[in-house]
Design a protein around this ligand. Structure first.
Ligand code: GRG
Length: 301
């Protein structure tokens, strides 16, 4: 077993600060004429959020190489948050979920207007790839290219975008558990899996540990979405910073709707147990990753 004790609250706080500082640096002074575009991107990117994906990326790197230089990993970690934030902005648009509240405040389109919000999402998505490709620090170009490729695949039609397309196609239809799982794997799981894969690769991970980290990522991705479904039923709008009960009011297929609350919890626990099992051969340097998996199961927001 492991010997390192992780104070997750402090760990999350310190990594959030690191990521926020780094994101700030990538989105500082706007060129003349783009002040409003930068304000819209910054509003959504820097106005809250748990930073789960970048922190998973940093923790996976640490699990592989405990003294890895954070400058090696931060461009990927920040890019993942940019992609995630873009997806939230677009998901909130009237053409999709039409939400007014995100991260405890007005959604981007409510604050800046629809056209500005679409462009803020586009700007964040493309900036992610500029950030990842521009860095002059390690990893070497070959690894950098592999990471960029896997993040692109996880964000695009084979991953998150594809999951969103499938999700929209499911609206108003009876959906079985297998289909729901496929939607979740793509829409939410793919980017979470890519987050740990990217961190591990940036830190120089070998093939065996890459496979193990991939299983870990897939299982926490599943747990994350199961808990997201559950929180929609059990948490308040205030806790979530977005409208609670939205899935039920849209009659969406969710784990609680399909299997009930008790079984939903059991499935989240099973996924986290499977994720932890995948790290059996890792040292105590993977303890932050292990704690993050438990946090994903126990989170209340
Ligand atoms: C529009 C291309 C496109 C994709 C949208 C991710 C997504 C696909 C939509 C978001 C809708 C949603 C609520 C999905 C459930 C899981 C999820 C991604 C929750 C939000 O992530 P958190 O909890 O949010 O990490 P914070 O705000 O903490 O970053």
């Amino acid at each position: 077993m492991t010997g390192m004790t992780v104070d997750l609250t402090n760990y999350l706080r310190s990594r959030q600060a690191l990521v926020n500082q780094s994101l700030e640096a990538f989105f500082t002074s706007p060129p003349p004429g783009l002040e409003n575009h930068f304000a819209a991107m910054r509003y959504s990117l820097l106005g809250g959020g748990k930073r789960i994906r970048p922190i998973l990326c940093l923790a996976a790197a640490e699990a592989i190489h405990p003294t890895v230089d954070s400058d090696t990993v931060l461009p990927f970690a920040c890019a993942l948050e940019c992609i995630h934030t873009y997806s939230l902005i677009h998901d909130d648009l009237p053409a999709m979920d039409d939400d007014d509240l995100r991260r405890g405040r007005l959604t981007c389109h409510k604050k800046f207007g629809e056209a500005a919000a679409i462009l803020a999402g586009d700007g964040l998505l493309t900036m992610a790839f500029e950030i990842m490709s521009a860095a002059s620090t390690p990893p070497p170009a070959e690894i950098r290219l592999r990471i960029i490729g896997l993040i692109a695949r996880a964000a695009g039609p084979m991953g998150m975008v594809g999951g969103q397309v499938m999700d929209l196609a499911c609206e108003g239809r009876a959906v079985d558990l297998d289909t729901l799982r496929q939607v979740h794997e793509k829409k939410t799981g793919a980017l979470l899996t890519a987050s740990v894969q990217a961190g591990a690769l940036a830190a120089g991970c070998d093939n065996d540990r890459f496979q193990a980290i991939t299983v870990f990522g897939e299982q926490i991705g599943l747990a994350f979405q199961i808990i997201d479904d559950l929180l929609d039923v059990t948490a308040t709008t205030e806790q979530l910073g977005k409208k609670a009960g939205a899935d039920a009011s849209r009659k969406k297929a969710t784990y609680p709707a399909l299997v009930g609350i008790k079984e939903t919890r059991t499935r989240a626990r099973q996924a986290v147990d499977d994720a932890l099992h995948a790290l059996d051969n890792f040292t105590e340097h993977a303890d932050p990753l292990r704690e993050l998996a438990r946090f994903i199961e126990q989170r209340t927001y």
